[in-house]
Write a protein that binds this ligand. Structure first.
Ligand code: SF4
Length: 357
């Protein structure tokens, strides 16, 4: 029985190139009488050399170059709007998909380098009570090519100056609710002839779909896993992250622990701090206890306000008190510097808010 039913998505007439793994592209080409090794050549031109015009692919026969647009769709989505913070470090792009729907992605430059935040769905069905995307409900899943092209558009924006960027699936949607498309996109991006991004540079963020966490652990990829925890008791988490009613902490935390042990990766516990909701000393103590039982690190995120929602960000003093309470008791704690709040690009704010044009 599907966990999260999604509206049907009709396949496009010409398959999108960016949603095909190299293997599947080879099969498609072979089905058209083209040698499968041309798939590797196309991958190299497009992902390694960032050339998408078949005319410049001079090691391919002219007849094949002319045939490529008929075999695969090489177009990128149009950029409907582009907002940038005054310091130039954060960009939010709104992309128009083939059916006219819009999806958002964000690039952030910080000390650890460039990070692209990707969306996996238009809207989201999980309706976390503090999240702007959850307010939209789910419109549809993204196809793999609609995920990969977010990376390409942001790479183009930065002129591919830095090939060692990080990817986080923390934009619109619950990535593990669109598992197959997300994993196809990951495999394309991870392919040595794709963007060759190491698994350590890719993080999947989930609100806690336990069966998919278990499946992800068996993929043999050791991707980063971020768990959107946000509460340390079922009572509160049932309210903030309603999917907790389906998979409560007693099921979720062992799944996260197993993921960490199987992949050798520490799980990131994402904890959005909301004033007078989950920022008490007792919350800090319970969070520390959870973190000690897992191979984990804690990422604290001061709440980013969303119009129409009743939540507030804790004061700087309250944030400091929470960190100090947590710090000696937990293995690793970071307090995320909010980036992009002024352009509605910060965590939990992606839902067409503040869209320019
Ligand atoms: S926090 Fe993530 S899973 Fe929850 S509603 Fe927002 S986008 Fe969906």
């Amino acid at each position: 029985m599907p966990i999260l039913p999604t509206p049907p998505l009709l396949p496009p007439a010409i398959p999108g190139f960016y949603g095909l793994t190299r293997e599947r592209l080879g099969e498609r080409l072979a089905g058209q009488g083209v040698p499968a090794y041309r798939a590797s050549q196309l991958f190299t031109w497009i992902y390694r050399k960032h050339q998408r015009d078949p005319e410049v692919m001079t090691n391919l026969p002219l007849a094949f170059r002319q045939e490529v647009p008929r075999l695969v769709d090489l177009s990128l989505p149009a950029v409907a709007s582009h907002l940038c913070t005054p310091d130039g470090d954060t960009h939010k792009l709104v992309l128009t998909l083939g059916d006219g729907r819009r999806v958002e992605c964000v690039s952030m430059r910080a000390e650890r380098g460039l990070t692209f935040c990707l969306s996996s769905q238009v809207g989201c069905a999980l309706r976390c009570s503090f999240c702007a995307t959850g307010l939209m409900g789910l419109q549809r899943n993204l196809r793999a090519e609609e995920i990969v092209t977010q990376v390409l558009v942001m790479g183009d924006l930065h002129r591919w100056e830095d090939d060692s960027f990080n990817l986080v699936f923390m934009g619109m949607g619950e990535p593990l609710a669109n598992y197959d498309a997300v994993m196809d996109a990951v495999r394309i991006l991870h392919d040595p002839l794709g963007l060759n991004l190491g698994a350590r540079r890719i993080t999947i963020s989930t609100c806690g779909l336990v069966p998919q966490i278990e499946r992800l652990a068996g993929e043999g990829l050791a991707l980063g896993l971020a768990l959107s925890l946000h509460a340390t008791t079922d009572e509160l988490r049932d309210t903030l992250v309603p999917v907790n009613r389906r998979w409560p902490l007693r099921e979720l935390l062992p799944a996260a622990q197993a993921y960490g042990l199987r992949t050798g990766r520490r799980v990131t516990l994402e904890y959005t701090l909301i004033a007078d909701v989950n920022d008490s000393p007792e919350d800090a103590d319970r969070l520390a206890a959870i973190a000690r039982d897992l191979p984990s690190k804690i990422n604290l995120i001061p709440y980013n306000p969303v119009p129409g929602l009743p939540y507030r960000r804790p004061t700087p003093e309250a944030l400091q008190a929470f960190v100090e309470r947590l710090y000696p008791r937990a293995p690793a704690v970071t307090l995320r510097q909010t980036q992009g709040g002024e352009i509605w690009a910060a965590c939990g704010q992606l839902a067409g808010l503040g869209e320019g044009s």
